[in-house]
Design a protein around this ligand. Structure first.
Ligand SMILES: *Cc1c(COP(=O)(O)O)cnc(C)c1O
Ligand code: SF4
Length: 523
């Protein structure tokens, strides 16, 4: 009988019947357990698990006590029957040997790769959902300190009105050491600071280098770093007013220089620099004219600053203009507002998004750099947006101390995915601005982090790793090691093991005159 089994099941039977120990050598407890599993396996009609459980227990007994099934009074033929039943019941005819000798050990081995992450993720990189109680305490303190009512807190206008712009307001709202406050005073003479009270409430008091603090409160480095600023997009990439263009078919329109929170690592620090500006209609009209005249342009990204700083009517006007341009097929909105002031996401805006998305796909492109930015409130905002647009994509920036470790980046990608946002890009922080040179992370460190995600988190939670260098250049490591005859030698990114992958037959690909329907007689 057993001759009909596959090699894994043979291997399993050999391992089970190798032992010579007798019944007396096996602890009574194990004996009872095996016999009860045996009865279960025989009794169950349509189940595979009781059979697997029995064979696992027997294998354990063989390994630990050199006891064969005979020591339990279980006959060889009984096990053959059970093994056959397993193969018959299983939809894919997986054998019990395959399951016990191969699949389970492979899964066990793979599990080790995520053990450290699962143990440490919530401690090393807590989400704003996990920290919510603490954040609520911060909210109460900040509301009191800034004199805000609940209505102020829950409205976009209230969040902007009470935004922390000065070192005095900062000292009230965020508990910081005196020398840090002195440095902020020094830096804010040159660079603006703006932190919405909501965003400030995500900062954990007393935590040195809190990932939200780092992104929003400037430090001395911003003015002390040596170097000369290179404008983020030089004149040679701006063919028309408000437009940045790297690619023939995708353009960005910088519709405002305002943001609800000014990031300490802002690539556009030169644009958003000093004071908020409302642009005149002519500026938008010239940008729209450029898009209208260039029929190659297919995808238009409205960005800033932050596109959602525009009032709803102005945004709707711009979007309507884009809807009317036939060759514009896709629209994107760049915004950090769902994490900096989620109160902005009102029904009127959501209706506009749905109205546009019904005609041309709209994607919202956001920037979330730490899971701490995902709270029940921002998650709710993303959920509402996700029902009205075709996708929400995240462009994170790789930043020292904020997300530059495997655990922090995996957690970020998983938490945002659970908040209806798809990881899209991770940018290596730009070389262009000395103001944030202290946040830069070596390209190789980012490669190790991104590559470590393959095979260990959902594939669609893995972002592309990018250098912005006059367009976006992928930084991924190649896993193609070379060729051996017609095989491609591949390295698995999750464990470094090598596999040979047979390539397509070049003869067939290049020379097959009779491919598919070509062999038939067409008139
Ligand atoms: C990022 C960016 C785009 C969009 O690039 P994708 O790779 O299509 O996401 C377009 N224009 C500018 C100026 C950009 O910075
Ligand atoms: S949201 Fe974007 S544009 Fe605005 S400050 Fe942050 S990085 Fe700069």
């Amino acid at each position: 009988m057993a001759e009909a089994f596959d090699s894994y099941t043979k291997e399993l039977f050999d391992a089970l019947f190798e032992g010579t120990a007798d019944s007396a050598d096996v602890p009574g407890e194990l004996k009872d357990r095996v016999l009860s599993l045996f009865e279960n396996a025989k009794a169950s009609e349509n189940l595979t698990q009781p059979i697997v459980d029995l064979f696992c227990a027997l294998l354990e007994a063989a390994k630990s006590y050199k006891a064969s099934p005979k020591a339990f009074g279980i006959a060889y033929d009984d096990l053959v029957q059970l093994a056959k039943k397993h193969e018959e019941v299983d939809e894919h005819h997986v054998t019990v040997g395959g399951r016990v000798m191969r699949a389970l050990p492979i899964v066990d081995e793979a599990n080790k790769r995520v053990e450290e992450y699962l143990k440490l993720k919530d401690e090393v990189a807590p989400s704003g959902i996990e920290l919510w109680d603490k954040i609520l305490e911060n909210q109460e303190r900040i509301k009191r300190q800034l004199g805000m009512t609940d209505d102020d807190w829950n409205s976009f206008s209230g969040q902007l009105k009470f935004a922390i712009n000065t070192v005095e307001e900062l000292a009230k709202a965020v508990l910081l050491p005196e020398d840090a406050i002195r440095d902020v005073a020094r830096v804010t003479k040159h660079y603006r600071m703006r932190i919405s009270p909501y965003y400030a409430s995500l900062i954990m008091p007393g935590k040195i280098n809190d990932p939200v603090l780092l992104q929003s409160v400037p430090t001395g480095e911003m003015i002390d770093n040596a170097g000369i600023e290179i404008p983020p997009v030089a004149a040679d990439h701006s063919p028309a007013r408000l437009i940045d263009q790297f690619y023939p078919r995708v353009v960005a329109v910088k519709v405002t220089n305002m943001c609800a929170m000014y990031c300490t690592h802002c690539l556009r620090i030169a644009h958003i620099g000093k004071k908020d500006r409302i642009y005149i209609k002519e500026a938008y009209k010239e940008a729209l004219d450029y898009i209208r005249k260039n029929e190659r342009i297919r995808d238009v990204l409205l960005t800033g600053g932050d596109a959602l700083m525009l009032p709803n009517q102005l945004l709707k006007w711009l979007l309507d203009e884009l809807l009317r341009i036939d060759h514009v097929r896709m629209i994107r909105l760049g915004t950090r507002i769902p994490v900096t002031v989620p109160q902005r996401i009102d029904d009127e805006l959501l209706d506009i998004l749905e109205y546009v998305n019904d005609q041309k796909p709209v994607r919202v492109v956001t920037q979330i750099n730490t899971p701490q930015e995902i709270t029940p409130v921002s998650k709710e905002a993303f959920k509402k947006i996700s029902k009205r647009v075709s996708a929400i994509l995240n462009q994170a920036v790789l930043l020292k101390g904020i997300n530059d470790s495997k655990i922090k980046m995996w957690k970020l990608c998983e938490v945002i995915q659970e908040a209806y946002v798809r990881p899209y890009y991770v940018f290596n922080c730009s070389f262009r601005n000395p103001q944030f040179a202290h946040f830069r992370v070596p390209v190789e460190v980012g490669r190790d982090i991104i590559e470590s995600m393959y095979g260990n988190i959902s594939g669609d939670a893995i972002p592309r790793y990018i250098a912005t260098a006059g367009g976006k250049v992928p930084l991924h490591r190649s896993n193609v090691m070379g060729r051996k005859d017609n095989n491609v030698v591949l390295r698995k990114p999750w464990d470094g093991s090598i596999v040979e992958y047979p390539d397509a037959d070049p003869e067939r690909y290049y020379c097959d005159e009779k491919f598919a329907f070509r062999k038939y007689n067409w008139k």
